[in-house]
Design a protein around this ligand. Structure first.
Ligand SMILES: [Zn+2]
Length: 217
């Protein structure tokens, strides 16, 4: 079931989320898709099993899906007539289960005000999406940055490039945003992380510092 994203602290009136679905290899971690309703239609962010729920959403089903990286292909294509987009470096892996995936350079940004930010590291083609919603700037961080029991963390895998990851985090630390929405979240915790500029910058730089020390998160 789609629900409007709400928080005690902020209002994001055009943002909806799908039901949470299990991440198969991490206990008590769930994934969601998010839907931004714009004047020219609906934009989907992240692939997740619940995305097919948006087929009947008011304002129209999404025609476009922005994927933060290739790991989102693990759930297969949604039962929707849409075009997925991912970074060129992650396209081949994504196409294994979403053969109609296109690269960001082919994306026509007319559905919502959103910036695609290349953030290689977690995977070669990891990207984040920055959405301006009224007074708020919402960063969709994939699983390059997520909230693990109150601490913002990275996910360094065997395929990750640590130096690129650190450089991406240092660039993200300079961004102005006040809401962080990762693809993944602990079950039962909010999918929306409201923060202030200073805390966001500090938290992201702390991750970069840990990665420089050789830590995995
Ligand atoms: Zn991932």
């Amino acid at each position: 079931m789609l629900t409007q994203v709400t928080s005690n602290e902020i209002s994001l009136p055009n943002l909806f989320t799908t039901s949470a679905a299990d991440l198969p290899f991490m206990r008590d971690v769930v994934v969601r898709s998010f839907l931004i309703k714009g004047e020219n239609g609906t934009l989907a962010i992240y692939n997740a099993p619940g995305l097919s729920e948006s087929a009947t959403m008011e304002g129209g089903a999404p025609k476009t899906l922005l994927m933060s990286h290739w790991h989102e292909e693990m759930y297969g294509p949604p039962e929707l007539d849409l075009t997925p987009y991912v970074a060129a470096a992650d396209r081949a892996e994504t196409a294994r289960s979403l053969p109609n995936v296109r690269t960001f350079d082919a994306y026509q940004n007319n559905q919502a005000y959103i910036d695609i930010i290349p953030t290689p590291g977690h995977t070669a083609g990891s990207a984040m999406f920055l959405w301006t919603c009224g007074d708020h700037r919402v960063l969709f961080s994939g699983d390059s940055i997520w909230n693990h029991d109150g601490r913002w963390e990275a996910v360094v895998l065997g395929e990750s490039n640590r130096q690129n990851y650190i450089a991406s985090l240092e660039a993200i630390a300079e961004l102005d945003f006040d809401v962080l929405i990762p693809w993944v979240a602990r079950r039962g915790t909010p999918c929306v992380n409201v923060c202030d500029r200073h805390t966001a910058r500090t938290s992201v730089l702390e991750i970069a510092h840990r990665l420089r020390q050789g830590e995995p998160t």
